[in-house]
Design a binder for this molecule. Structure first.
Ligand SMILES: NC(=O)c1ccc[n+]([C@@H]2O[C@H](COP(=O)([O-])OP(=O)(O)OC[C@H]3O[C@@H](n4cnc5c(N)ncnc54)[C@H](O)[C@@H]3O)[C@@H](O)[C@H]2O)c1
Length: 320
């Protein structure tokens, strides 16, 4: 990536880990973290440039792009799937209006753009197993609608105006640094924390709900590698399917039990989040990302669970 990098929504689950990784690779002063709220004083992100930025506000982003001579905008700010279903009007406003503004500013100032789409960009009529890169996308959630529209808008700005807009369709992300922000796959992170603390978790999805997942280090690697890839090799540019594993709550619990044999799970289904999960693929085909920019995850289910438990045990201390 050229020039200074600006990250929106930088205090969220992804930004909290992406910003330090970018600063390590490109230098602290070359990465400006922004969010609508302030970081905690002791947060790692506060060690470098930070700006308050409401992506739905007029003018502020453009002023920052000028002031810092921004070369790339990594646009993470969004409402996630479960929250977006609860507040569809706010989701449209944040997820769509801000992306349009980011792309317009990128067009005028020659910035590259990263846009994270999601497995939520698929719907009930999409083939649910080995979901192809290019296939039917008729999502039934506001989140999914904003993600498909976002993918198309990024393609449009790339083709029509030559904006270097790139993106991936992320699966559910599992991490231990920042809490998840209200997605349908948050159960996986909750399960780990409850397992380490209390040896018990009540899951809001059915035991056989199969969805794609990924450990955060792989997601960070994917974003950095895609943005650094030679554009000549990118046929798709945007909305690359990427995945690392396809798991059910029951399988995740069984893997955790290999390390914590007294961990118990039961199920209290939340119909709203179950309906969202049932409209998404069970497993996606990430062949295009593998072929076009060499995508390959480092963590399968076993490696991810072992590392998550190590890290959480250090963070949360012994079980109560
Ligand atoms: N985490 C996942 O599992 C996942 C999966 C697929 C796609 N994604 C996508 O990746 C992106 C980042 O996800 P995340 O998990 O880090 O989200 P998150 O909810 O954890 O963080 C979003 C951040 O955006 C900030 N924000 C909210 N409103 C804002 C506004 N008006 N202006 C500026 N900032 C604002 C919030 O304060 C928060 O820090 C989103 O676009 C999301 O749709 C995430």
């Amino acid at each position: 990536m050229q020039g200074v990098i600006l990250v929106t929504g930088a205090l969220g689950q992804i930004g909290t880990e992406l910003v330090p990784a970018l600063r390590e690779k490109y230098g602290v002063e070359r990465v400006v973290a922004t969010d609508i709220r302030m970081p905690a004083k002791d947060a790692a992100i506060a060690d470098g440039p930070f700006e308050l930025l409401d992506c739905t506000g007029p003018g502020e982003l453009r002023e920052m792009v000028r002031r810092y001579e921004i070369g790339a905008i990594l646009h993470l700010a969004a409402l996630l799937s479960a929250v977006a279903e609860d507040k569809p009007q706010s989701a449209w406003r944040l997820n769509m209006d801000s992306l349009y503004r980011v792309l317009e500013i990128a067009r005028q100032h020659g910035c590259a753009v990263f846009f994270p789409s999601s497995i939520g960009a698929f719907g009930p009529t999409t083939p649910r197993d080995h979901t192809p890169q290019d296939t039917i996308q008729r999502p039934t959630t506001m989140y999914g609608i904003t993600k498909v529209a976002g993918e198309l808008l990024c393609d449009y700005y790339a083709q029509r105006f030559g904006v270097d807009a790139r993106g991936v369709r992320l699966p559910g992300l599992i991490s231990h640094v920042a809490p998840p922000g209200g997605g349908t796959t948050d159960y996986a992170v909750e399960m780990f924390r409850q397992a380490v603390r209390y040896r018990h978790y009540a899951c809001y999805l059915r035991p056989d709900t199969r969805l794609d997942m990924m450990y955060m280090p792989d997601a960070i690697k994917a974003i950095m590698n895609l943005m650094a890839a030679d554009p000549a090799g990118l046929e798709h540019r945007n909305a690359f399917n990427i995945t690392a594993m396809s798991v059910t709550p029951d399988e995740l619990a069984a893997e955790i039990r290999k390390h914590l044999p007294d961990f118990a799970i039961d199920y209290e289904i939340d119909p709203a989040r179950q309906a969202i999960a049932d409209s998404w693929p069970r497993s996606i085909d990430d062949g295009a990302a593998r072929q076009e920019w060499g995508w390959r995850p480092d963590y399968d289910l076993g490696r991810m669970v072992a590392d998550m438990l190590d890290k959480l045990r250090l963070k949360l201390g012994p079980a109560r």
